[in-house]
Design a protein around this ligand. Structure first.
Ligand SMILES: [Cu+2]
Length: 148
């Protein structure tokens, strides 16, 4: 199998079963650094909050037109940060109005069962499973998202 994409995200579909230890949404960060998003691919469970600190000595204006979570953070300067919460699963493409070469994506998963982005050539996959949970007997659908 030849990978056409450099990064692939794989996760299990479906809501968290009621008997599984609840792991709530978490907080994440995408920096604007050297006129790039860092990281430029982020996987978060639904409900998570992502902050977008500007580390550059120039303004950035981050926005998305993606259906799960359209937003526009406006222009802001070095040292400032703004936040976005992602209440729906889906893929959110993120850009900067001031720098058309800047692009990132946030993959919002319906649960926490994902291994994070997989580097090119790697097929290894470890499913996240909280402690004290019954084994999950493969009833979930695999979904994936690839980005160049
Ligand atoms: Cu910018």
């Amino acid at each position: 199998m030849e990978f056409e994409r450099s990064q692939v995200v794989i996760y299990l579909e479906g809501p968290r079963p009621a008997n599984v230890d609840p792991v709530g949404p978490a907080e994440f960060k995408i920096q604007q650094l050297n006129r790039r998003f860092s990281p430029d691919l982020l996987v978060v469970p639904v409900g998570s909050k992502v902050s977008f600190p500007n580390m550059d000595p120039i303004f950035h204006n981050i926005f998305s037109l993606s259906k799960p979570r359209p937003f526009d953070l406006g222009s802001y300067d070095k040292g400032e940060t703004r936040e976005v919460t992602f209440p729906k699963p889906g893929i959110v493409d993120i850009y900067c109005r001031l720098h058309p070469n800047m692009a990132a994506a946030v993959v919002v998963t319906p649960n926490r069962w994902y291994p994070g982005p997989i580097e090119q050539g790697s097929i290894a996959f470890q499913m996240y499973r909280p402690a004290n949970t019954p084994s999950l007997h493969g009833t979930g659908l695999l979904d994936s998202f690839a980005r160049q």
